[in-house]
Design a protein around this ligand. Sequence first.
Ligand SMILES: NC(=O)c1ccc[n+]([C@@H]2O[C@H](COP(=O)([O-])OP(=O)(O)OC[C@H]3O[C@@H](n4cnc5c(N)ncnc54)[C@H](O)[C@@H]3O)[C@@H](O)[C@H]2O)c1
Length: 363
Amino acid sequence: MKVGIPKEIKNNESRVGMTPGGVFELIKNNHEVFVQSSAGENSGFLDEAYENAGAVILKTIEEVYAVADMIVKVKEPIEKEYSLIKKGQIVFTYFHFASSEPLTKAMIESGSICIAYETVEDRDGGLPLLTPMSEVAGRMSIQQGAKYLEKPVKGRGLLLGGVPGVPPGKVLILGAGVVGMQAAKMASGLGAQVTILDIDMKRLRYANDVLPSNCTTLFSNEYNIREHVQTHDLIIGGVLLKGKKAPNLITRDMLKTMKSGAVIVDVAVDQGGCVETTRPTTHEDPIYIIDDIVHYSVANMPGAVPYTSTLALTNVTTSYAVKIANMGWKKALASDPGLQKGLNISEGEVVYKEIIEAFDWVS
Ligand SMILES: NC(=O)c1ccc[n+]([C@@H]2O[C@H](COP(=O)([O-])OP(=O)(O)OC[C@H]3O[C@@H](n4cnc5c(N)ncnc54)[C@H](O)[C@@H]3O)[C@@H](O)[C@H]2O)c1
């Protein structure tokens, strides 16, 4: 199979879909790999390393899309890329269709095979291709939140860990999944007082078992959220309903009850966000303020730490890419029910029912 690795062109996205190590695996399995010149540069992988692994370097993104049977990338295609995607071409990447109707319509029209990282499942129903990026984003959410609590960047002017004689900040974490647990680990490590919420008692029991004593677990419902947003300094949105739009847990009217200069980091922005006032932002312009509350909602947080993120992502995607290349997409999916769950759109047809529900389309 001919596999193409384009350079990411989404704002400030420095990750790349495959490392030279991944290319090496595909070449070993008798495939051809075409990498766009400088695609890996911002993650620390130079063209020379890809060539040494056996890839052919192509100058333009158009050449990569034109030659490839399968495109392996990181972020969902942006408008400029829509027309490059060919009928029958496999596109293996993050899509997050439920949060973008235009993207969904464009991929239906393209006739391509869209296998979405975020809905591929492992044997336990976990999301193996979302996990590493959620780990990065969860840990980063506290770094970013702590920074935006500083006064010069419009926050409350509070040091999250406090100092002797001054209490630490309070962090409210919505969702005790991967993002939530990593955020709790970082925030508690800084000495903050952490409250973590979920609707899944199993997750709360686990959190209660493994997190340190400065973390409290709380059942997630509107009453508890309404009460706790009033007293916390930093709120992390880390909820997920698989393949669906995130539920709106913090409504606009709750902002007025919060402390002035409090910060919301809505990591779930890529599924529409769990805060009514969330809109996607970029690393170039990451925050905006509504009712004195700082909103940080960068949709590709791991893109800011491409070295760590590219390695973490490709550690888990490469074996799937090799499987698809070796067997062809139909046989690869038929052989692996978890990979089958990754198929969102196939040759013009939406096959992942949550997408149809997200847009109220009648199937
Ligand atoms: N912005 C970014 O750069 C970035 C990066 C990685 C992941 N994400 C996003 O972060 C979100 C969380 O990902 P994850 O891997 O932690 O998912 P996860 O499935 O591991 O965890 C989500 C948790 O949310 C809980 N939940 C669902 N409804 C809830 C509710 N009403 N109240 C409280 N908890 C609720 C679930 O029970 C689950 O434990 C996803 O939308 C993911 O796409 C964003």
